[in-house]
Design a binder for this molecule. Sequence first.
Ligand SMILES: NC(=O)c1ccc[n+]([C@@H]2O[C@H](COP(=O)([O-])OP(=O)(O)OC[C@H]3O[C@@H](n4cnc5c(N)ncnc54)[C@H](O)[C@@H]3O)[C@@H](O)[C@H]2O)c1
Length: 234
Amino acid sequence: MSADPSARRGIPDATVARLPEYLRALTGFAERGITSVSSEELAAAAGVRSAKLRKDLSHLGSYGVRGVGYEVDHLAYQISRELGLTQDWPVAIIGMGNLGHALAAYSGFATRGFRVVALLDQDSHLLGQEIAGITVQPMDALTSLAEQGLAIGVIATPAASAQDVCDQLVAVGVRSILNFAPCVLVVPEDVDVRKVDLSTELQILAFHEQRRALAAEGALEHVTLEPINSAVGR
Ligand SMILES: NC(=O)c1ccc[n+]([C@@H]2O[C@H](COP(=O)([O-])OP(=O)(O)OC[C@H]3O[C@@H](n4cnc5c(N)ncnc54)[C@H](O)[C@@H]3O)[C@@H](O)[C@H]2O)c1
C-alpha cells in the first residue's frame, strides 16, 4: 500500500489519517438518506474544525459547491478511491486467540473493502476449526495464500512471536502489516506497518485526566487545557 495515490499526489499523512473519519461520517449521512452536506455539518460529524476539513478535502481536488456543500455519494467515492478502498484487499489474520477470534468475526472489514481470506495459527488444537465461516490453517499455508493474493497481514499473536510472524509475512511478499502485538517490528523500507495499541490510547487519556485533576486542584499553574483531540491534529 506504499505506492498509494495519496503519496503520489503529496497528500499530507495527517490528512490521509483523517480521511477514514470523513468516510465514516459520510456513510452515516448516506444511510440517513442525506444527499448533500455543508462543510460545517460534515466537520461536526467527523469531529474536526470545518476549516481543516475544507483544507483536507482540497487536497483531493474536492472544494464543494457554495450554498450546496458536498455531494455525499460523490465525496464518499472520492475518499474511498483515494484510500484504495474501491479495490479489494485480501487480509490474513495470524493468531486466532481472543483477539484473532474477535477480529475474524468483525463484519466491518468486509463492508470497507477488506476481505478476510485466511486465518492462521500455529496451535494444532485450532487448526481445522471454523471461525466466522473460515477454516483456521497452519502457518505453512502462507506461501500458497500469498500466491493467490494477500494484501495485508494482521498480527494478533503474543509479542514474543510477532517479529517471527512478521518476517514470515514479509518473506512471502506481504507489504502491509497491521500489528496488534505490543512490540516494535523491524521491517524492510518498502513494508508499511501500522500498530494498534489500546493501552497507549488509555495511557494518553489517563495523562489528560491527571492534568485535568491537577489543574482543578490548582497544582498546575499556567496550563492551558487543550481539547484532547488536538493531540492527533484535529
Ligand atoms: N492492540 C491492542 O489494543 C490489543 C488488545 C488486546 C490484545 N492485544 C495483543 O494481541 C495479541 C493477542 O492477544 P490474545 O489475547 O488474542 O492472545 P491469545 O493468547 O488468546 O492468542 C494468541 C494466539 O497466537 C497464536 N500464536 C502464538 N505464536 C504464534 C506464531 N508464531 N505463529 C502463529 N500463531 C501464533 C497462539 O497459538 C494463540 O492462538 C497479544 O499480543 C496482545 O497483547 C492487543
